[in-house]
Design a protein around this ligand. Structure first.
Ligand SMILES: Cc1cc2nc3c(=O)[nH]c(=O)nc-3n(C[C@H](O)[C@H](O)[C@H](O)COP(=O)(O)OP(=O)(O)OC[C@H]3O[C@@H](n4cnc5c(N)ncnc54)[C@H](O)[C@@H]3O)c2cc1C
Length: 387
């Protein structure tokens, strides 16, 4: 935990809050010498723990940043330091409450919202920007902050000459099949957070990330039963359970096309249906056999399932990658696409695929840094608004 905490102490200011400066260099260099933050995470854990179970327990969190313990740099043990040293926060009422809280603050400050209006295109001409909504409505803007996922915005909304290079071949995080189950009884076998780890730990990551398939030979999954902390999420005596199963990604969307096509000779919609079925069967089996939850399937009264196709269509996530661009070394910190567009002045990005990265704390940190940057670079706008 000391090593993990050291990675957090060094990783947060330097990689996340983007304060890497000459002053911070000695501390960063010393930590690199003592801690090998760029070594593969599983290798570092293998040196420190004999038990494969402990190695697994202290590395599955790498999935949160879309990596496996075999591809993640050890600096991501900062995730364990956050979870085990500081604890995990849960917003009562669910994450939607956080969005609603921000909405209230923004409205008090005079911000106007336009809901259910997808942006179709970002137009760039000279110093004038506009974005076109579905249906053709054109809105002019001094500054654009794009919150839809960065690769999607660059590849689909920006004129081709402004696209950053290399995004088409970028490395993406994993796909995820998410099950949302409403049950007519409580399952006390599940804590708020429960993680199921495959006995074939290495193979289970390898199948999804390298072989891009979902074998029935066991997989890791995460399960949340939020009513343990927040009784408001379901009626008394019932349960609201969410399960996340890592799965393969959809193929890159062909230029101007739809990845529903038979890319690489595979029928992707049929594959997604198979991933979903495999995941559902595997989870229900583990619930019954490993957690002693006999009769779970019969207790399900409501079911909602999100597959990579839903992440792609509902949230514009390229390839259905639920956590956006992966956080591999070549896509970390200064190597991750910058929040300020390199060639288009006054076009900014927030969200999972820009810096610092995926997850609510990082996304909100990035949004704050962008807000500071806009205010610092465009004081003219704020002076005008105050007149
Ligand atoms: C299943 C799951 C569980 C997670 N659990 C956690 C967790 O417990 N803790 C945590 O910290 N993080 C969690 N995360 C990660 C976290 O949800 C993301 O990192 C975060 O939501 C990303 O923020 P974002 O702003 O990039 O994207 P989003 O929150 O998806 O916001 C982007 C918005 O842009 C909109 N949009 C897309 N295209 C357009 C368009 N053309 N025009 C207009 N609007 C558009 C989308 O509809 C969306 O509302 C989880 C992610 C998943 C998938």
């Amino acid at each position: 935990m000391e090593y993990a905490q050291r990675n957090l102490d060094v990783g947060w200011p330097n990689f996340i809050a983007q304060q890497l400066s000459l002053n911070g260099m000695p501390q960063f260099a010393l930590a690199s010498l003592l801690n090998s933050p760029f070594e593969a995470h599983h290798k570092q854990l293998q040196r420190r723990f004999k038990s494969p179970k402990l190695q697994a327990m202290l590395s599955f969190q790498d999935l949160y940043v879309g990596l496996t313990p075999y591809s993640a740099p050890a600096v991501f043990s900062l995730l364990q330091a956050i979870e085990l040293n500081e604890g995990v926060y849960y917003p009562v009422g669910g994450f939607h409450k956080v969005a609603k809280g921000l909405l209230t603050i923004c409205r008090e400050l005079g911000v106007k919202f336009k809901f259910n209006s997808a942006v179709d295109e970002i137009l760039v001409g000279g110093k004038i920007y506009a974005y076109e909504l579905q249906g053709g409505e054109l809105l002019q803007s001094d500054v654009i902050v794009a919150n839809a996922d960065l690769p999607y915005v660059e590849l689909n909304l920006l004129p081709e000459q402004f696209r950053r290079k290399g995004l088409g071949d970028a490395e993406y995080s994993s796909g995820v099949v998410a099950f949302y189950w409403g049950c007519d009884r409580q399952w006390p076998q599940l804590a708020h957070h429960t993680v199921f780890l495959s006995t074939d730990y290495a193979g289970s990551w390898d199948r999804v990330f390298k072989q891009q398939r979902m074998g029935s030979g066991g997989f890791n999954f995460y399960c949340a039963a939020a009513s343990r902390t927040d009784p408001s999420v379901c009626p008394e005596g019932h349960d609201a359970i969410m399960v996340l199963v890592p799965c393969p990604l959809l193929p890159p969307t062909p230029e101007g096309g739809d990845s529903r096509t038979q890319a690489g000779g595979r029928d992707w919609d049929a594959e997604v249906a198979q991933w979903m079925e495999t995941a559902r069967k595997g989870v229900l089996q583990q619930f019954e056999e490993a957690a002693g939850m006999a009769g779970f399937a019969d207790s399900i009264r409501a079911e909602l399932v999100y597959t990579p196709r839903d992440w792609q269509q509902r949230y514009s996530l390229e390839r259905g990658a639920a956590f956006g661009l992966a956080h591999s070394l070549n896509q970390l910190a200064i190597f991750r696409p910058s929040p300020r567009h390199p060639n288009v002045d006054d076009l900014y990005f927030v969200g999972a695929s820009t810096r610092p990265g995926n997850g609510l704390p990082l996304v909100l940190t990035g949004a704050r840094l962008v807000a500071d940057d806009v205010v610092a670079r465009r004081p003219d706008l704020f002076a005008r608004d105050q007149q």
